[in-house]
Design a protein around this ligand. Structure first.
Ligand code: PAF
Length: 279
């Protein structure tokens, strides 16, 4: 039976008891609107820990677009119902006031990691993510925390946060879960019209086709191919970058990094979709 908790105090009291019994804690931070991708994170957490905490909190300070925040799907009861089959001990669903009783002034410096891609196009986004994740880590004190690779740059930022703030939590990155047609699972997919939903898998297909071109065509040509293919088909590509998987800096040659990632953000109508694959 899942226990839903709304206050920091109550969650910490419950976890204190568990810790006294020597139990380990796995943590899955979410903004709700849970899908198979989130549930996979929960499954990993329950395999590797005694206790699983899932937080559901639509973090206002990581949205740089008011409409995106307003339209972000919310269904806490539906989320709890989904979690019932996935071994969750606590759902932590705090209010904004509970999380942020005071004005948030903290500023992190992630250097070049936050200057590219999502960081460049969504100013302030990663600071908002870092603030909430750091705060949640301080509340939950998890042994391990689970994040999807769909948000590849977010995962890198969180690893950096843990390193620079010297936190003891172990960060686990879990591969992206896809729909049968390849579309990366995302809470924002719910906002696609029927027509857009049919088109959306072209992002993943184009990334896969592009990766076949590695070493046969130049990096620049492959980037042009991705952007042109999608823009011709009704998408509006915000960026497509080929980056070093470690520091996320764009490369201009295939041999510039040991491991490469192709990362994209594109609008389909009003919905902004992101995805990435290994190249
Ligand atoms: O990936 C998300 O859903 C959010 O960015 C996170 C990590 C829960 C922080 O609000």
């Amino acid at each position: 039976m899942i226990q839903t908790i709304n206050t920091i105090k109550a969650l910490q009291e419950a976890l204190k008891k568990d810790r006294k019994e020597g139990k380990t804690v796995g943590f899955v931070p979410t903004m709700g609107a849970l899908h198979e991708g989130h549930l996979k994170l929960v499954d990993h957490a329950s395999e590797e820990n005694d206790i699983v905490v899932v937080s559901i909190f639509v973090n206002p300070i990581q949205f740089n677009n008011k409409e995106d925040l307003e339209k972000y799907p919310r269904d806490v009861q539906g989320d709890i119902d989904k979690l019932e089959k996935h071994h969750t001990n606590y759902v932590f669903a705090p209010s904004v006031d509970e999380m942020y009783p005071d004005e948030v002034t903290k500023h992190y410096n992630f250097g070049t990691l936050e200057k590219v891609m999502e960081g460049k196009f969504r100013p302030g986004h990663f600071n908002g993510v870092a603030v909430v994740v750091h705060r949640l880590f301080e509340i939950v004190h998890p042994d391990k925390a689970y994040f999807g690779e769909k948000d590849f740059q977010q995962l890198a930022i969180i690893r950096k946060l843990v390193e620079t703030e010297d936190l003891s939590v172990k960060i686990k990155g879990i591969p992206t879960i896809r729909e049968h047609d390849g579309l990366a699972m995302s809470s924002r997919n719910q906002r696609l019209t029927q027509e857009e939903r049919k088109k959306a898998p072209l992002i993943y297909q184009t990334l896969c086709n592009a990766s076949e071109k590695k070493n046969k065509e130049t990096v620049e040509d492959v980037k042009r191919y991705v952007i042109e293919t999608l823009n011709k088909n009704g998408f509006s590509v915000e960026y497509f970058e080929l980056v070093d998987s470690q520091d996320l800096q764009p490369v201009s040659n295939w041999n510039e990094a040991e491991s490469l990632r192709g990362c994209i953000a594109a609008f389909l109508g009003n919905v902004r979709l992101i995805d990435n694959i290994a190249f």
